[in-house]
Design a protein around this ligand. Structure first.
Ligand code: PEP
Length: 248
């Protein structure tokens, strides 16, 4: 049985004051939860998040990580640094990074590998654009994205990753994949993982992301291969985020 994970992706939002309120409200409202909960916050607020959440059941993570270990990479944040501020997770290959920062499948795979080698759990995002879905290329696109990861990771590291299926056309748009549409892609991804490692196929959690909200979370999360959610907009409002946690 895979334990569900609800992870917030705050993106480039927040301030010391707003984060303090949001984290306190999430902490106070967290049910004696049956699922794992995490927030992925802007790098500058990781230390604040660590001090607010230490000792709680909520984990935290970064939104990106360097593919390099250390050195002359101005502006980048290493996996070791994320570990240093207590991160358990890091998002890699979010579609916003793939499209605005030209991150290739290979770069995303190297980032995931670096994160895993440093003891972080990478949340590896994959997903198709609207054009790709409409031309029937969804499976081909997500296969290419996940295969790049499978090519560099051994079975041991692979077992510990999290995958997030995030159709690009559903991110921040209010449009959601139907539970069956999402389930079909999740099952396809699980089969792909399982072809490399039977254990990874069974163990790896595959989250759905793309306008998951309190009113659609339960249905999505009840599908057999949907093991949680990566939540953007709704993670910025404690009551919405907690309602999704409660639905898991
Ligand atoms: C995301 O950015 O990972 C995401 C799923 O955003 P939203 O929930 O706002 O669609």
């Amino acid at each position: 049985m895979r334990r569900k994970l609800i992870a917030g992706n705050w993106k480039m939002n927040g301030s010391l004051a707003a984060n303090g309120n949001l984290l306190a409200s999430i902490k106070a409202g967290l049910p004696g939860s049956a699922c794992d909960v995490a927030v992925c916050v802007p790098a500058v607020y990781l230390a604040q998040t660590q001090s607010e959440l230490s000792g709680s059941k909520i984990a935290w993570g970064g939104q990106d990580v360097s593919a390099h270990e250390s050195g002359a990479y101005t502006g980048e944040v290493s996996a070791t640094m994320l570990r240093d501020v207590g991160c358990r997770y890091v998002i890699v290959g979010h579609s916003e990074r793939r499209s605005y920062h030209n991150e290739s499948d290979e770069v995303v795979a190297r980032k995931a590998l670096r994160a895993a080698a440093s003891g972080l759990t990478p949340i590896i995002c994959v997903g198709e654009s609207l054009e790709e879905r409409e031309s029937g290329e969804t499976d081909e696109v997500v296969a290419r994205q996940i295969d790049a990861v499978l090519a560099v990771m051994d079975e041991e590291s692979l077992k510990g990753v999290v995958v997030a299926y995030e159709p690009v056309w559903a991110i921040g748009t209010g449009k959601t994949a139907t539970p069956q549409m999402a389930q079909d892609v999740h099952a396809f991804l699980r089969q792909r993982l399982g072809a490399k490692s039977v254990v990874a196929g069974e163990k790896v959690r595959i989250l759905y992301g793309g306008s998951m909200k309190p009113d659609n979370a339960k249905e999505l999360l009840s599908m057999p291969d949907i093991d949680g959610g990566l939540i953007g907009g709704a993670s910025l409002k404690a009551s919405d985020f907690l309602a999704i946690v409660n639905a898991a």
